[in-house]
Design a protein around this ligand. Structure first.
Ligand SMILES: NC(=O)c1ccc[n+]([C@@H]2O[C@H](COP(=O)([O-])OP(=O)(O)OC[C@H]3O[C@@H](n4cnc5c(N)ncnc54)[C@H](O)[C@@H]3O)[C@@H](O)[C@H]2O)c1
Ligand SMILES: O=C(O)C(=O)C[C@@H](O)[C@H](O)[C@H](O)COP(=O)(O)O
Ligand SMILES: [Zn+2]
Length: 358
């Protein structure tokens, strides 16, 4: 097992990474929790792991209630949140009652939003069940629901008390979701660590085949990188924005595809390639580095074509709502080489030159 600490002073917490951790839950939970707790999961994960978690919690003396939301991005909404508040009240949760997210990034972001706001904050435990959630969304405290006009618009920075990344939960993950998670894995190589990118170039097949040693190394390295960045800039006043590489375009692609033509990781893969092409057009990225990125993404394989529902002007409007934008000015995370990115203002003309019409 690996343990990674997110160093935030009194709000320090640990990420536990290994196989078969669910059965050892007691070792990882913080002390002084109330017995009543709320498990949030979705209707794909619940039939596979829901009852197992409930049984473990009961064996530890907890009195768990469970909310099962429909799988998919639509559950990450204010309406979805309201149902969870109701359940929290009905079950008599108090300020020491943990909210436990058992699922992918959708469940984690939604449950975290409830934990941040119910009674102005209750303990939050992440048990991520997708690769994407284990390497990214369960770490760092960005919790949110979507607004019809934009993704993650209503949210908070609210850190979990512990993250339990049980790698054996990935055994049942559909291959499409493995590939999607791999996009965010590749992101860490581009923004921070060429050696890790090289490791992926050599070990991608083993990772996709869920080789235990490789998967352990991959999830641990991603968490280490994210933990370091979040510890330095928890609320994204500077450095943390590099975690948003691929997302300015990616979020627009995800939204234009109605959140189903491309899921989050698939859209981020498109965004990473297009933002690398933008860096290249601006004379900042060597063509060989762009080719390395495209080769690794295609090896996953992830499809880097735009969704059928692509409309250039709508995409630009969506990009203007990006949280890195200041007034009318748009900022992008652009690679200089594999392992190093910087944040750069991009003009309307530069964006117009990059994006295809249809
Ligand atoms: N907070 C953050 O820092 C952060 C970072 C990255 C992404 N996100 C958000 O995360 C979301 C995407 O997360 P995701 O890719 O995990 O998607 P997801 O939560 O929708 O899960 C993907 C699919 O896999 C299923 N699933 C989950 N675990 C499974 C398992 N072990 N076995 C079988 N099926 C399983 C789910 O039911 C779902 O159908 C987006 O909303 C994105 O905005 C947040
Ligand atoms: O943790 C971060 O910071 C990230 O940006 C990680 C991203 O992968 C993630 O998709 C995040 O939810 C995007 O946040 P947003 O601020 O662009 O909504
Ligand atoms: Zn992301």
């Amino acid at each position: 097992m690996n343990t990674v600490t997110v160093a935030l002073g009194r709000r320090n917490y640990k990420i536990f990474i290994g196989r078969d951790l669910l059965a050892r839950l007691e070792e990882f939970l913080p002390r002084e929790l109330s017995s009543r707790c709320l498990v949030v999961t979705d209707d794909n994960v619940d039939p596979i792991y829901g009852q197992r978690l409930i049984n473990v919690l009961k064996s530890l003396g907890f009195r768990p209630a469970k909310v099962v939301v429909p799988a998919g991005e639509a559950s990450k909404s204010l309406a979805g949140a309201e149902a969870l508040y109701d359940r929290a009240f009905e079950h008599g949760l108090d300020r020491r009652s943990p909210i436990i997210a058992l699922g992918g990034g959708v469940v984690g972001d939604l449950a975290g939003f409830i934990a941040a706001t119910y009674m102005r904050g209750v303990p939050f435990i992440q048990i991520p069940t997708t690769l994407l959630a284990q390497v990214d969304s369960s770490v760092g405290g960005k919790v949110a629901v979507n607004h019809p006009r934009g993704k993650n618009i209503i949210g908070a920075f609210y850190q979990p008390s512990a993250v339990i990344s049980d790698l054996s939960l990935l055994d049942t993950l559909p291959v499409r979701e493995m590939r999607s998670g791999m996009a965010e894995v590749i992101k860490y190589g581009v923004i921070w660590d060429d050696a890790f990118f090289q490791y992926l170039e050599s070990n991608l097949d083993a990772a996709m085949g869920l080789d235990s040693r490789v998967m352990q190394a991959v999830v641990a390295r991603c968490c280490e990188i994210k933990a370091g960045i979040v510890a330095e800039d928890e609320r994204e006043s500077g450095l943390r924005a590099i975690l948003n590489y691929g997302h300015t375009i990616g979020h627009a692609v995800e939204s234009l595809g109605g959140y189903h033509l491309k899921n989050h990781g698939e859209a981020v893969a498109v965004g990473m390639v297009m933002e690398a092409v933008l860096a290249r057009q601006m004379g900042q990225l060597d063509v060989k580095e762009l080719e390395r990125l495209m080769a690794l993404i295609q090896k996953v394989p992830l499809d880097i074509s735009l969704p059928g529902e692509w409309h250039k002007q709508q995409a630009i409007e969506l990009m203007r709502q990006d949280k890195k934008a200041v007034g009318n000015e748009m900022f992008f995370v652009l690679p200089e080489c594999i392992g190093r990115v910087h944040i750069k203002k991009v003009s309307d003309q530069q964006l117009d030159d990059l994006l295809p019409v249809e």
